[in-house]
Design a binder for this molecule. Structure first.
Ligand code: OSB
Ligand code: MG
Length: 374
């Protein structure tokens, strides 16, 4: 396809309430968006890098530089036919998966529009409705956590994931399980524990959780495999899985029983599908994680979650949990049964509110393709 221009922008959009994990708290999101213009169509991508390089090594600012100086010009000069061409185009750039996913996902969106199919169809999705869970941040008090869980369950969410860390774990799980003995429950430590905490982690088995997400180091398989041997509860890896090879290594070493797939963390739809397939072939279920996305990234997560092996409820939830007004319409909503209905319109299936995006924009750069094509 002929790429006419790539527009990069950073928007500022406040979350409705702060989101706290073991590594810090986020309130004001700074999000990089990419628009790829091609023959009258526009594909959109969202960079899932956070404001600080605390989840992984990327941040809003590192992604901005890599997109503007490296990936944007490479893509504009390459004239790809398919979203699946992007990994090869971006291969000279090491790491920076979230920056890469921003553009690759925009090309998949464009390709689906050009073919007149939904993004889900283009990816080979099989699901029309998605089971939804929520990720609940660390709260100022247990009373506030209980109130939040009550609200999410009343809205229909099928699985509750509690962010945890040393000092916000077993005592909290006890209170939650006392109140709700049977709900589908999981926890996510975002790498907050060390080997000396092994006995404490073994104590988590008492709460009959679906999984314990990324308890130890963000880049580890080996120590997770030792921990998994001592736990009944399956470990789910998030941060550690950056590509298909990582998934194969983790499965081979029995470091986890479940994998969380995030589009940004693995570098885009191509690698997300590869991780999905590798896990499926080996009997490991996957689910789609979230990174506090606006509607564009959320729409991409919806499409990805329609693949067959996304058999567990994901962290993909309603726009209204995050934003006073999302940047897409219709907003992403969840039914009383805790399901998202997958759109069947061509492309991502949610329109971008251009006026709102323009108002939220704090910087913008245009890469004109024709100047780069020989
Ligand atoms: O580990 O899944 C995570 C948010 C920011 C960084 C990391 C994580 C998360 C979440 C939130 O759990 C998921 C969401 O609601 O988008
Ligand atoms: Mg996680």
């Amino acid at each position: 396809m002929r790429i006419d221009a790539i527009i990069l922008r950073e928007i500022h959009i406040p979350l409705l309430r702060p989101f706290e994990t073991s590594f810090g708290s986020t309130k004001d999101r700074r999000v990089v968006l990419a628009e790829v213009h091609s023959e009258g169509l526009v594909g959109w991508g969202e960079c899932t890098a956070a404001e600080h390089p605390y989840f992984c090594g990327e941040s809003t600012d590192t992604a901005w530089v890599v997109l503007l100086q490296e990936l944007g010009p490479m893509l504009a000069a390459a004239q790809p036919e398919h979203g699946g061409d992007c990994p090869k185009i971006f291969k000279p750039v090491r790491d920076n998966n979230m920056a890469k996913a921003t553009l690759e996902n925009a090309i998949w969106d464009l390709e689906a529009q050009r073919e007149g199919v939904s993004l889900s169809q283009l990816l080979g999705g099989v699901r029309e409705k998605l089971p939804c869970g929520v990720s609940i941040g660390i709260q100022p008090s247990i009373a506030e956590l209980i109130a939040r869980i009550e609200k999410e369950l009343a809205e229909g969410y099928q699985r509750i994931k509690l962010k945890c860390k040393p000092g916000w774990d077993v005592e909290v799980f006890e209170k939650v399980r006392d109140r709700w003995p049977d709900i589908m429950l999981s926890c996510d430590a975002n790498s907050a524990y060390r080997l000396r905490d092994t006995d404490r982690l073994i104590g988590f088995d008492a709460f009959q959780m679906l999984m314990i997400e990324q308890p130890m180091w963000h880049d580890d398989f080996y120590f997770h495999s030792l921990l998994q041997k001592r736990l009944e509860t399956p470990i789910c890896l998030d941060e550690s899985i950056r590509n298909r090879r990582d998934a194969l290594a983790a499965i081979e070493m029995a470091s986890c029983g479940i994998i969380n797939i995030k589009l940004g963390r693995v570098g885009g739809f191509s690698e997300a599908i590869a991780v999905h397939n590798a896990a499926q072939e080996r009997g490991i279920p996957v689910w789609c994680g979230g990174m506090l996305e606006t509607g564009i990234g959320r729409a991409h997560n919806v499409a990805l979650s329609t693949l067959e092996n996304f058999s567990l409820p994901g962290d993909v939830s309603a726009s209204a949990r995050y934003w006073a007004e999302d940047i897409v319409e219709p907003e992403i909503t969840v039914s009383a049964k805790g399901e998202i209905t997958v759109p069947d319109a061509p492309g991502r299936g949610y329109e971008v509110k251009r006026d709102l995006v323009e108002r939220l924009t704090v910087r913008k750069e245009t890469i004109k393709a024709m100047e780069l094509v020989g």
